[in-house]
Design a binder for this molecule. Sequence first.
Ligand SMILES: C[S@@+](CC[C@H](N)C(=O)[O-])C[C@H]1O[C@@H](n2cnc3c(N)ncnc32)[C@H](O)[C@@H]1O
Length: 262
Amino acid sequence: MGGLPFDARTGERLEALYRIGDSVRRRRLVRAALGAAPGERILDVGCGPGFYCAELLEEVGPDGAVVGVDGSPQMLALAARRCEGHDNVEFREGDATALPVQDATFDATLCVQVLEYVPDVAAALGELRRALRPGGRAVVWDVDWRTVSWHSADAARMERVLGAWDEHLVHPALPSRLAAAMRAAGFEHVEMEGHSFATAEFDAERYGPATASMIRSFVPGHNGVDEDDAESWAAEQRSLGERGEFYFACIQFCFTAVSPAR
Ligand SMILES: C[S@@+](CC[C@H](N)C(=O)[O-])C[C@H]1O[C@@H](n2cnc3c(N)ncnc32)[C@H](O)[C@@H]1O
C-alpha cells in the first residue's frame, strides 16, 4: 500500500495539527533559524497549507516576497486561502526535485518535513541550492522517527504500529544522513540542532498525542496491523492518558546551511 496521500482529507488534518502549541513552537524555531529580514525573497518548498508562508510575509514585509511550491494542488489551495490579500506571495505547483523557479533568485529557502517524503533527496537538495543566490541560506527540518519512544503495555503492538506508520513516508530516519547529503549537494556551514518533542500528558496541543489520530487512521493494512489493532492501540493511548501514564518522546532536527559565495 502507498504512503500518506497529500489530499483534501490530509489537508484538513494538517490544518488542525499545525494550529497546536507544538507546531507553533516548531515554526518559531524554524523562523529563528531562517532569520528572514525585511525585503528578502523566500522560497518555501513543500509549503503545505501555507502557515510558514503567511508568517514569513509578516517578516519580509511589503518589499519582500514569498514563493510557496508544493506537489499537491489541495495543499496549494489551502495555502493561497491562508495568504489572501497579499500581492507579494505566489504559489506554484511543482516537485521538490524540479522546482519551478529561476536559478539564484532567492535569499533564503526552507523545506520543513518534506524531504522525508521525497525519494531522491540529493536531487531536491540540489534544487534548493540552485534556487539560492550565492551566500543564500537554507533551513531543512525533518523528523527522525527512529528516535520515537512511546509507552505501551503492549510493546509488540506498539512496534508493529510504529513500523506501519514508517510506511507513510519514504525515509523514516532521514536526519541521520542529511548533514552529509547537504554537504554533498555543495552547501557550506552545515549545522544540525535536535529539538525534543516530549510529553507525559495526553494533551492535544502536543505533537505525540496530536499525531496519534493520523497514525490511527493510516496504519490499518500496513505492516500486519488491522483495524482492531489500530483501534485498541489508540484506545490504550487514551486510557494511559486518563490514568496519568501517557509518555511520548521524539527528536526533530533543524539543519541550517549556506549556499557558497561564487
Ligand atoms: C508534512 S507536510 C509539511 C508542510 C509544510 N512544510 C509545513 O511544515 O507546514 C509535507 C508537504 O510536502 C509536500 N510534498 C511531499 N512530497 C513532495 C514533493 N516531492 N514535491 C513537492 N512537495 C512535496 C506535500 O504535498 C505536503 O504539503
